[in-house]
Ligand binder design. Structure first.
Ligand code: SAM
Length: 329
């Protein structure tokens, strides 16, 4: 009997099928990028254990989730990150395990993660300038570690390697071309993300990012490539094999109608929408001894309350809920 085929798909209030789960392993991070974690943010306790994560993953897989991305906080700060990745990769129904990281531990972890079954790695890299990285990340960020991690990841055999850059006015607008080339030279795809209002920083619209890339010598042409997420892609003109650049216009190019994801925050809160306000705590329910039916009911209720779209553009400069590092970007 195929237990995976029996379930009705997991859908939200708008009928969008939810097949992608982003799982925050911790809200701790060794960086303090102030667009992500306000200076007064205190790391929480009470993280989901590896066993709790494995149980929730099996439940979500049974409900139709096919892809899980490990995020945070910084997921590689968890000592059991490789074990968690291996559990997920061997969970029936989960077809793809991915991770998003600031890269500082990747030199050591890229190969173990690949061997554990991780297929897809996103490395966050906003600048190639060590002083700027220090300014952006506040503390503890050493560019050489991040770049070494990216290099090892590039040779570790992942199916997809992406370099994510949040574009910030007056900070890294002049480096977008260099970041694209740095990624391409390592077989990775650069992606440029609009700043969302979780903290400080000056957002730059995707249309302007494309213009800056052009001015910095990057010639891109439209392409219909799509991934699992909200990015749209362009291709470097004349590149063969094609070299792609992705754009995530979270603020100016709303993509909520294509939303296929939900999140489990570091504190076990199930979050149907990154910019939404419905909070249901799966960890507390698990620890209260709930069975899978009760967990499923909570998940379906949260998805039922999910709005048609986020309203982050109305949020002013600071968003309401947990900062990004608590939710998991
Ligand atoms: N620590 C890991 C990392 O650095 O990739 C994973 C967590 S981090 C929250 C995931 C991604 O969210 C990073 O690429 C980060 O740049 C992005 N991010 C954080 N705050 C953001 C914001 N306000 N707007 C847009 N992207 C943001």
């Amino acid at each position: 009997m195929d237990v995976l085929a029996e379930q009705p798909p997991l859908v939200d209030s708008q009928g969008r099928i939810i097949a992608y789960l982003r799982l925050s392993l911790t809200d701790r991070c060794n960086f303090r990028c102030d667009y992500c974690s306000p200076a007064d943010y205190e790391d929480g306790g009470g993280l989901l254990t590896r066993a709790e994560i494995a149980r929730l993953a099996a439940l979500f897989a049974r409900l139709g989730v096919r892809r899980v991305r490990l995020t945070g906080g910084e997921p590689t700060l968890r000592k059991d990150v490789v074990g968690i990745a291996a559990d997920l990769a061997t969970t029936p129904g989960i077809e793809e395990v991915a991770i998003t990281t600031n890269g500082h531990r990747l030199a050591e972890l890229a190969r173990p993660l690949r061997e554990a079954g991780v297929r897809d790695v996103n490395v966050s890299l906003d600048t190639l300038d060590p002083d700027r990285l220090h300014r952006i990340s506040g503390r503890g960020a050493f560019l050489e570690d991040v770049l070494a991690g990216l290099d090892v990841a590039a040779s570790a055999g992942f199916a997809h390697l992406k370099v994510n850059t949040v574009v910030m006015g007056g900070m890294n607008e002049d480096e977008l071309g260099a970041l694209a080339r740095h990624a391409w030279d390592r077989g990775a795809s650069p992606r440029f993300i609009e700043l969302m209002p979780f903290g400080n920083g000056v957002p730059v619209p995707t249309s302007r990012v494309k213009q800056l890339l052009r001015e910095q010598g990057i010639r891109l042409v439209p392409d219909d490539k799509r991934g699992w997420g909200p990015a749209h892609y362009m291709r470097e003109a004349g590149s063969e094999p094609p070299r792609y650049a992705g754009f995530i216009g979270a603020m100016t190019e709303n993509f909520c109608d294509r939303c296929n994801r939900a999140r489990i925050a570091a504190d076990g809160g199930f979050q149907a929408c990154l910019g939404g306000d419905s909070r249901h705590n799966l960890r507390d329910l698990v620890r209260a001894g709930a069975n899978d039916e009760a967990l499923e009911a909570m998940v379906r209720e949260a998805l039922h309350l999910k709005g048609p779209r986020h309203h982050m553009e109305d949020a002013g400069s600071r968003l309401v809920l947990l900062p990004m590092m608590g939710i998991g970007g």
